[in-house]
Design a protein around this ligand. Sequence first.
Ligand SMILES: [Zn+2]
Length: 140
Amino acid sequence: MISQDEIEAIKHGVELVSFMKARGVELKQVGENYRGFCPFHEDTTPSLTVNPKENLWNCFGCGTGGDVIRFVELIHGVDFKEAVRRLAERPPSEVRSQRTEDRKAAVKEKKERAQRGRQKAAGSGEQNSEDRGQKSEKTG
Ligand SMILES: [Zn+2]
């Protein structure tokens, strides 16, 4: 059984824009969204919109739309369960690189903290009046 949590994780764990591109949907960035030709009807104007923030897509030409699971259902002609199964087994290249982002952020924070520490050490004063009463640690 697939839990709702897992489904949510799948929905948000796939970068919909690159996922669709990898399946032959040409998408162009328009503002915050992406536009492209809908693969589900004979589209003469790009009526497919992808919202990368929400990880949702919809087509105002034929009225289809939804999340990445819905896209897999339609493009591969499979049912919901099969779509979820396929997405759960998706290649790692299509998994959001959240971990890398986290690591980058952590490194950045570390650097900033180090810098701040140095600045504090370099500054001579204890001009922080807020700090005063609380500072009870011995210096030296
Ligand atoms: Zn359409």
